[in-house]
Structure formats: C-alpha cells, structure tokens
Design a protein around this ligand. Structure first.
Ligand code: TYD
Length: 207
C-alpha cells in the first residue's frame, strides 16, 4: 500500500458559531483535490460514542464524569475511526475534538486544566490535529442564531451567557498557546467571506 498518512483537521467554536456548514465545504474542496475524506464529530462518531453523546447532551452529571465521558468517547473514536482512517491515507474532518473539552469542561465548567491535560495525554498523547479552525464570534451573536433555530436546546446550549463567554475565552487562550495549529476565523461576518478564509487556511496549512 505505502499510502501517505492523511491529515487531521478539527473544527471548533462556541455553540452557534456556524462551523458545521463549513465542514462540508472543506470536504468538497479536498474531494476536488482527489483526497479521500472522512467527516465525523464529537462527542460521537462511533455507535458507542453516539450513545455517550446522548447522555452527555441530556443527562445532568458531575463535571469530572462529563470530562471523562468526553474522553472515553474520544478514545473509542480514535481507535475505531480516526486512527484507521489516517493510517490508510484518508483525511479526517472532525466537528470538535479535545480543544472543546478545554473550552467547555475547563473554561465553561471550571475543571482544572491539569486534569484535562492528563486525560488528553492518556487518550492521545501521540496525536494532535494538523490544523484546527476556531470559529470565533461574540456569544450574543451566536445566541441569536441558536434562538432563531427554534428547537430543543441541549445541556450546553441551555447554559447562560457567562458560560459561553468563558468557553470562548478558553478557546482563544488555547489558540494563543498553539498559534501554528489553531487558526482563528472571525465567524461574525458574511458566510461567503468565512468560507473564503476557511479554504485559504486549509490550502495554506495542509495542501
Ligand atoms: P455540537 O455537535 O457542536 O452541537 P450541535 O450538534 O448542537 O451543533 O456539540 C455538542 C456539544 O458538546 C457542544 O455544546 C459542546 C459540547 N462538548 C463539550 O462540552 N466537550 C467536548 O469535549 C466536546 C467534544 C463537545
């Protein structure tokens, strides 16, 4: 086979940042370059992971339980989906990964970063994303987008504005500490302009 290892791109941002619509765009772009792409998400991405997602999004729990279940789902996801895909040369686009744990469980809920770092080291000490696109915008703007969708909100979306401000802040701190890997995209502008920035970033950093 001798396939070149694929690249791993993750997409992050507060709820309502609009990242999901851009993942399909990146998949399209990579497809046009003749690359095989696997699109997946966290928490989830495997049958077990999707069951854990259901619990994580709906069931009240201790914040350390929440963090450990996020990483348990991630462990399964890496073993079943992400690692095999990268090894056979596919590119993996993942809607959220460990930066979300630092942002939500760390920034949002206040879990000690050292505990998150220990879980991260355990679960994927050997692997980091090649590129992370962080869709950044004020929580008030994101909140309006979510409200406009008029659907039932999950446990995280139901959190108050100050929770989302802390999540955003933690994401931006993560970006400062890993400026090469994490590219911050201003998501408070027209969709077409964001799409352009996303494509430029993928082309510059990965292709
Ligand atoms: P997401 O799939 O973006 O939600 P939606 O399908 O509504 O767009 O993410 C689900 C939620 O899980 C989101 O609110 C953030 C949260 N989350 C964490 O708190 N920690 C994590 O490690 C991950 C991966 C997600």
């Amino acid at each position: 086979m001798g396939n070149k290892r694929g690249k791993f791109i993750t997409f992050e941002g507060i709820d309502g940042a609009g990242k999901s619509s851009h993942i399909a765009g990146v998949a399209d772009l990579l497809g046009k370059h003749g690359l095989r792409v696997v699109t997946t998400r966290e928490p989830g991405g495997t049958p077990l992971g999707e069951k854990l997602r259901e619990l994580l999004l709906n069931e009240p729990m201790h914040l350390e339980t929440e963090a450990m279940l996020m990483f348990a789902a991630r462990r399964e996801h890496l073993a079943q989906v992400i690692e095999p895909a990268l090894a056979r040369g596919d590119w993996v686009l993942c809607d959220r990964f460990s930066d979300a744990s630092y942002a939500y469980q760390g920034g949002g809920r206040g879990l000690d970063k050292q505990k998150l770092a220990a879980l991260e080291q355990w679960v994927h000490g050997h692997l980091q994303a090649d590129l992370t696109l962080l869709f950044d915008l004020p929580p008030a703007v994101a909140g309006e987008r979510i409200a406009a969708q008029a659907r039932k909100l999950d446990r995280f979306e139901q959190e108050r504005a100050d929770f989302h401000s802390r999540v955003r802040q933690a994401y931006l701190e993560r970006a400062q500490s890993a400026p090469r890997r994490i590219q911050v995209i201003n998501a408070d502008q027209p969709q077409a302009d964001i799409k352009k920035l996303v494509e430029e970033s993928v082309i510059t950093h990965c292709l």
